[in-house]
Write a protein that binds this ligand. Structure first.
Ligand SMILES: [Zn+2]
Length: 150
């Protein structure tokens, strides 16, 4: 999805912004009978909610990959990290969707669930516990690197 790393976020933002746009139109045509102050308040709430959802996505899309990876206070040459990188490379993973442009991915988990991965985070148990790059993040990194070489 263009700009968005999550389809859910995209739709929530869209709905919020549509509401923010439709309320003044409805008010202008007289179909919306709340007092002006309440109408303005509702527009602001929807617009602010839309922005709250889109802002992290814009920031993510604008931050270069190297800067995103600096957040991890982890030695990538430490043994457990090397093992994760190896697992990412030897075909153990089942990527469902890789979006190199938006730098996000979805993987099928072991128990049939799915993990959402960006360079900032992953919903897998390994990342949740350690807050350090998991094999999914390494896989995504590799794909991004590979696509930039072409
Ligand atoms: Zn993960």
């Amino acid at each position: 999805m263009f700009l968005f790393t999550s389809t859910k976020r995209f739709y929530i933002t869209l709905i919020c912004l549509i509401f923010a746009a439709v309320i003044p139109i409805q008010a202008a045509t007289g179909r919306f009978s709340y007092p002006p102050a309440e109408t303005a308040f509702m527009i602001i709430v929807y617009a602010a909610a839309g922005l709250a959802f889109v802002l992290p996505e814009i920031l993510y899309s604008m931050t270069p990959t190297e800067k995103l990876l600096k957040r991890y206070d982890v030695n990538k040459d430490a043994r457990p990290q090397i093992e994760r990188q190896a697992r990412a490379r030897n075909g153990e993973l089942t990527p469902r969707k890789i979006d190199v442009k938006s730098r996000c991915a979805t993987f099928t988990g072991k128990k049939g669930g799915s993990y959402r991965t960006t360079l900032k985070s992953c919903t897998c148990p390994d990342f949740k516990e350690r807050k350090a790059p998991c094999k999914h993040i390494y896989y995504l990194m590799d794909q991004i690197e590979r696509s930039s070489e072409n």
